[in-house]
Design a protein around this ligand. Sequence first.
Ligand SMILES: [Zn+2]
Length: 407
Amino acid sequence: MKFTPISGHDGGVPAADGCRSGGVCVAGVDVAGLSEEGLRGRLKEIGRAESRLGAMKSQVLAELSRRHNAVTAERVAREELQSSKREARNEVETADRLTQLAETSQALGDGAIPVGHARLIARAASEGPIDESVVVEAAKREDFDQFSKTMRSHQQEMSDDDGMGILEKQRSRRTARAFLSRETGMFVLSGEFDPTTGAHIDTVLAAKVKELWNAEDPKARRTPQQRMADALAELILEPEKGKAKGIALMVVADYDVINQELVNARLADGTRIPMDELVRLACDAEILPGVFRPATQEMNLGRKRRTASDIQRAALIYRDKECIGCGASAHWCFAHHVQFWSNGGPTDFGNLVLVCNDCHHGIHDDGWQVARDAGSGRWKTKPPHDPFPDDGVDSMRSAQRNLVLRR
Ligand SMILES: [Zn+2]
């Protein structure tokens, strides 16, 4: 692998002498003196340098692993980088896998893809076949969230068993821990699950959280994190309170009319699932086949009722997949009237969008707009018109700034 030194051209910062030998170098600079453009360029330069350093670190760990073994490489990483056990194991695993992935290693070494993207590619390659050139190209363009989705559907497309092997591997990697933290004295609960089990858990949690929200005094609300913790505790400690009514895991599939079969099964958020998994889910579920015809009466309730019906909600999840503002899981979202109910807006499918609590608050209280994207036809939220186009610090804008941070 070849490393070209980072010259100052991106960030307008001159390269120091030490970089000529092909190392990574970002010159120290007083950021207060940089323009908006300069700050952007600086951030980009640092990002590329981080990728290059990541590639170098990987090479060292892979070499240690080759000379001795993975356990030794992990031990050295923990000693020299003060990494946690988990972090060290992840890094050595990725390093070993990257030795088999020339294009990914090259892109990382060139600073063209971030370390997190390279790690996703490395893991996917260990789970089944991938087309490395295709995913490296996507990794250069897409942010992490988008790329992880691309990676998942790519894996499914490339697998010769409709993704069943991947799902089984994910299922075998399930893990959970429960322990008293020495650091904080708090009891910690954490777990990782395959996507369909996760979607199940998510629907149950979301319903419990909604139930707690409804029972709260609006003047003394818990934080979302506290509410989530209380929901978990209640589900575990008071199972007799049972599941709230109406919890359903939504799975979507298309009907191939010519071959008369279901194809392209996926979870509400669009995550593809193998058809065999759909069959398994169908065996222990009540199936409500829904055919959404947006023009029918049951999809257009006018002013008869304010809240969306179950069928409208299901159709919204099918259409919007997630919060149209921030991409939060559909299980956490509810239907919002584009033309406000208070302004005479009807409970019609065409006047409803899926939003999470935060984005709903942004629309009603902070002036965020809901509009249809002309290109994709998808609903999106747009920030309010900025009355302060100059970027100077102004205390009056704090609410807006917070909103942006929250998203
Ligand atoms: Zn949202």
